[in-house]
Design a protein around this ligand. Structure first.
Ligand code: 5GP
Length: 141
């Protein structure tokens, strides 16, 4: 798949579009999903310009998964979910809507149904409050 530098995550990485940041490293960025499937839904992207798992370098993917593990632990500490769904989609047929590779961190509670994928825009103040709790857990590591 060719990489479109105008995709929304490329714009976020360039600073051309806003995001509610959770953490940033040399090779990755983690930020709140604006249409979360549950409270505390975070996205992690490698900074490398790659559309999907077939295009991304081993190094960028490894860095991304290190950040996923670190952020998932912070989400667990901050929000105390009963489980954690980690997902990554490749191609429209698989449900991918943004063509910059990303990993979903979706905390789950057994009595809270999963919301539809990329459907309902969340309130920014609510997302910021959740991000603050997750950032605090990262700082307490
Ligand atoms: P995909 O379907 O490609 O796996 O997931 C894309 C995700 O990006 C969806 O969960 C959707 O809610 C989220 N998303 C789409 N546009 C934006 C945006 O502008 N900012 C943020 N933070 N998330 C977005």
């Amino acid at each position: 798949m060719s990489y479109d530098p105008q995709n929304i995550f490329a714009k976020i990485l360039r600073g051309d579009a806003p995001c509610i940041k959770v953490c940033e490293s040399e090779h990755t960025l983690a930020f709140m999903d604006v249409m979360p499937q549950s409270e505390g839904h975070v996205l992690v992207v490698p900074k490398e310009a790659a559309a999907n798992i077939h295009d991304v370098s081993d190094e960028a993917l490894a860095a991304c998964m290190r950040t996923v593990k670190r952020v998932a632990a912070a989400v667990r500490e901050a929000l105390k979910p009963e489980g954690m769904l980690i997902a990554q989609f490749n191609g429209a047929a698989a449900g991918q809507t943004v063509e910059h590779i990303h990993v979903h961190i979706i905390p789950r509670w057994s009595d809270v149904p999963l919301k539809a994928h990329g459907r309902e825009r969340a309130d920014d103040a609510r997302l910021e409050a959740l991000a603050q709790r997750i950032r605090a857990a990262l700082q307490a590591e």
